[in-house]
Ligand binder design. Structure first.
Ligand code: GLN
Length: 217
């Protein structure tokens, strides 16, 4: 019986482009602050291995990266203590998938207001933080996501609003005709918390390639 490609590669000592990272260990979930555990549960439900990233060098062996919700200002404080920003930029440039949710989307954005702070600019969007006002501080909405197969329940917690979307950015879901899920190449970002509902579509979409590789391995 012919061996599968993965086994053949091992036999001849060949390596896949991504594999100078030697043993990869699944999706890294940034675990400095915020709701990283819920993301790990969601990944495990769809059969994708993950680990908690607490040091930037851990990203080297990851197949994907999640920047979770939480408080983006606090995350930036952690980023000042170790070379996180450089590690995340290199990760993005390598083409591996990144999912940013809520505060994670704020970290990735090009422009950040209310209050203003630095954005990594890996995603060409402008976000306004805490932008739904006091009455709607946190709420569950139904977002339109035709490309994902239809409406999706979405938990918004002190969520940002996307105020500008660059030319290279596709919008994949809307809440009252405003973008709430956007993609630019390997970077996917939601202003809500897909890890807090039963729906698995966003994690599947972000890490499809990782899941396929895991099945082949
Ligand atoms: N309001 C937070 C911020 O500005 C984001 C909230 C969240 O991630 N749920 O960073």
């Amino acid at each position: 019986m012919p061996k599968d490609v993965g086994a053949m590669r091992k036999d001849v000592g060949m390596r896949h482009a991504a594999d100078d990272r030697s043993s990869s260990s699944g999706v890294a979930v940034l675990a400095l602050q915020g709701d990283f555990e819920a993301h790990r549960r969601k990944l495990s439900e769809i059969g994708i291995a993950s680990f908690e990233a607490r040091r930037p060098e851990q990203l080297m062996q990851a197949d994907g990266l999640i920047l979770p919700g939480g408080e983006s200002t606090t995350m930036w404080k952690f980023f000042e203590t170790l070379p996180w920003e450089q590690a995340i930029r290199e990760f993005g440039a390598s083409g591996r998938p990144i999912l940013g949710t809520c505060a994670g989307a704020i970290l990735l954005a090009r422009e950040v207001t209310n209050p203003g702070q630095k954005g990594m600019g890996l995603l060409d969007i402008a976000v306004e933080r805490n932008a739904y006002g006091r009455q709607l501080d946190s709420f569950i909405g139904q977002v339109d996501a035709p490309e994902l197969g239809g409406p999706l329940p979405a938990v918004f917690i002190r969520a940002p609003r996307i105020r500008r979307v660059g030319n290279e950015v596709e919008t994949l879901a809307w809440l009252s005709s405003e973008p709430v899920l956007v993609r630019q190449g390997n970077i996917l970002a939601a202003t809500f918390h897909p890890e807090l509902t039963e729906d698995e579509r966003i994690h599947r979409l972000a890490f499809e390639a990782v899941a396929v590789r895991a099945r082949r391995a």
